[in-house]
Write a protein that binds this ligand. Structure first.
Ligand SMILES: [Zn+2]
Length: 168
């Protein structure tokens, strides 16, 4: 009898353990880390690197607490999405060299690797430019007020901005 009880208890524990582990095993890395930190990720952060998703989420939360509207207008992009933007950029600007100032091909875009967020509205971007370094978030290009990346350690200083994406 005792052996049966122990076996049943062990089985119950095993079931409980697998139930507890299963959801985390299926969550993407950013969500898993956010759950661990007790943070729910901000809208628009799906597919970003865990570091960027969490840094942006914390900035977004602080912006809201300060009464500032801030949202992601474009985050992670698939290679196909970036390829379409690149083709459109070449059509709009007349040449790959001219297009590169505004859009990069899939192999070079930090949106494809989940390492960039475009934000809006302009007032929110201005707030993020002034405050984002608290989480390591920096505006990267002079010609794109909306584009931010993790570019420095939190609380240090953002590196000098590049003129545009073509100077990368
Ligand atoms: Zn961007």
């Amino acid at each position: 009898m005792i052996r049966v009880r122990v076996t049943a208890a062990a089985a119950a524990l095993a079931i409980a353990a697998s139930a507890a582990v299963a959801p985390a095993a299926h969550a993407d890395p950013a969500t898993a880390r956010a759950n661990f930190l007790g943070v729910s990720l901000a809208p628009g952060t799906a597919g970003l690197t865990p570091q960027l998703a969490i840094a942006y989420t914390l900035a977004h939360r602080e912006a809201r607490a300060s009464g500032v509207a801030l949202s992601v207008t474009s985050g992670k992009r698939s290679r196909a999405e970036q390829a379409a933007l690149w083709r459109q950029g070449i059509a709009d600007y007349g040449s790959p060299a001219a297009a590169r100032r505004w859009v990069l091909p899939p192999d070079e875009s930090t949106h494809v690797t989940g390492e960039a967020v475009d934000v809006g509205p302009r007032s929110g971007a201005r707030w993020l430019q002034a405050n984002g370094i608290r989480w390591g978030l920096c505006r990267v290009y002079d010609n794109e007020w909306w584009h931010f990346e993790l570019a420095a350690l939190p609380g240090t200083a953002c590196p000098p901005r590049l003129p545009d994406a073509a100077s990368r």
